[in-house]
Design a binder for this molecule. Structure first.
Ligand SMILES: CNc1nc2c(CC[C@H]3O[C@@H](OC)[C@@H]4OC(C)(C)O[C@@H]43)c3nc(N)[nH]c(=O)c3cc2[nH]1
Ligand SMILES: [Zn+2]
Length: 371
């Protein structure tokens, strides 16, 4: 049971604007082998088999139905075959609910130094010890199978921003060929699914072609890729004004890498169902707390004698049992408990946001009444 709290002013503006034009928000349930996912859903990021600074049972208390893992990191260490031998990622990390794994292409481009993109796949050197690896539609799909992912992502190329029309076109066409190979390599089982990822950057005809190519492969769900890569909120919303409508209305839509609360609200209003973002966890560890009063930079000296909680009505341990002064101190002296409490609060805040959104959609209420 969580209380309804206020959106900060800037989110109300987004809600009001998006609400007038978009009645595409929808609330639903995705049934999987590992349990239900209530959408719109926020998926905490657990790149290396752990949501940093959180026990999985604590992640569960925040209300998360599903968390993310990653092919790239886990294939390098401890290795997909080893995780498989040890009983799969669910057992390894003691998380029994749904797991979605990204296919690894995005991380190769952002993490490994030496890499070569070929039709076959991406050849790269591990950012850990420099050893050579290849990620392809087939190997990425097999690794996600070995990890035991509930939702497997197709192996794609995240088109960088900005890209010319030609660059975006050839990148999208590569992603379509790789999607076909990913779909063929997927071992379909009841309660498990594979999502295609559409690309096409900011060009609507390329987004349409990408969607048509992937719809032919009949994925269980679809992600909108190639966004939240530096294009900014306005351009992202411009793509989201039409891209979700290109996808099957009866299948989940996942916007990768998004985002701040205002981004999530605007995207839900445009028909998106699933989100992932490192912001609540990464910024929590860096001392930023999301609250109904806006973002609190707990390291600010004005909190050093503030004996009040981050939010008086929040049910997380940071707010129930500690003060901003204590959090300020812990983060300043880099105590591990600081990262834990700030992360826990932020994940709770994001899940409360999603709960409020789901409730208001289910009751057919206008978003702008959440205030
Ligand atoms: C932040 N903006 C952003 N992230 C994107 C991602 C990666 C999403 C994954 O990367 C991590 O976030 C940085 C998260 O931790 C793991 C667990 C790795 O999963 C999340 C994308 N992934 C694929 N395959 N294709 C895309 O077009 C794409 C676009 C994105 N835009
Ligand atoms: Zn809290």
């Amino acid at each position: 049971e969580v209380s309804i709290t206020k959106f900060p002013a800037d989110e109300r503006k987004i809600i009001a604007k998006a609400h007038d034009k978009y009645k595409k928000a929808r609330a639903g349930i995705i049934n999987t082998r590992h349990g239900q996912i209530h959408t719109p859903a926020f998926m905490p990021v657990g790149t290396k088999g752990t949501v940093k600074a959180m026990l999985p049972e604590s992640v569960q208390t925040t209300g998360a139905d599903i968390i993310l893992g990653n092919t790239y990191h886990l294939m390098l260490q401890p290795g997909a075959k080893r995780v498989f031998k040890l009983g799969g990622l669910h057992k390894f990390m003691n998380w029994s609910k749904p797991l979605l794994t990204d296919s690894g292409g995005f991380q190769v481009m952002s993490l490994s130094k030496l890499r070569k993109i070929t039709e076959e796949g991406v050849i790269f050197n591990s950012h850990i010890d420099g050893s050579k690896f290849m990620l392809s539609p087939e190997s990425s799909t097999e690794i996600q199978y070995l990890l035991g992912s509930t939702i497997t992502m197709a192996f794609d190329e995240c088109t960088p921003y900005p890209s010319t029309y030609e660059q975006a076109k050839s990148s999208m066409e590569l992603t379509s060929r790789w999607a076909k190979r990913s779909r063929k390599a997927f071992y379909s089982r009841d309660g498990y699914g594979q999502f295609g990822i559409i690309q096409g950057s900011i060009y609507n005809d390329l987004r349409l072609k990408s969607a048509l190519d992937l719809i032919e492969l009949d994925f269980e769900g679809y992600a909108i890729g190639g966004l939240a890569v530096g294009e900014g909120q306005e351009l992202m919303f411009k793509v989201l004004d039409y891209a979700p409508d290109l996808l099957p209305i009866n299948k989940p839509r996942y916007l990768m890498g998004v985002g701040k609360p205002a981004d999530i609200i605007g995207a839900v209003q445009r028909g998106i169902d699933m989100f992932d973002c490192v912001i609540p966890t990464r910024s929590g560890r860096n001392g930023q707390a999301f609250t109904k009063y806006g973002v609190v930079n707990i390291r600010n000296s004005k909190y050093k004698e503030d004996n009040t909680p981050l939010e008086e009505d929040c049910l997380c341990p940071a707010c129930k049992n500690y003060t901003k002064a204590y959090l300020h101190y812990l983060v300043k002296v880099k105590e591990i408990l600081g990262a834990m409490l700030m992360t826990w609060h932020n994940l709770m805040y994001f899940q409360k946001l999603m709960l409020r959104i789901r409730e208001y959609i289910a009751q057919g209420k206008d978003f702008d009444f959440i205030s």
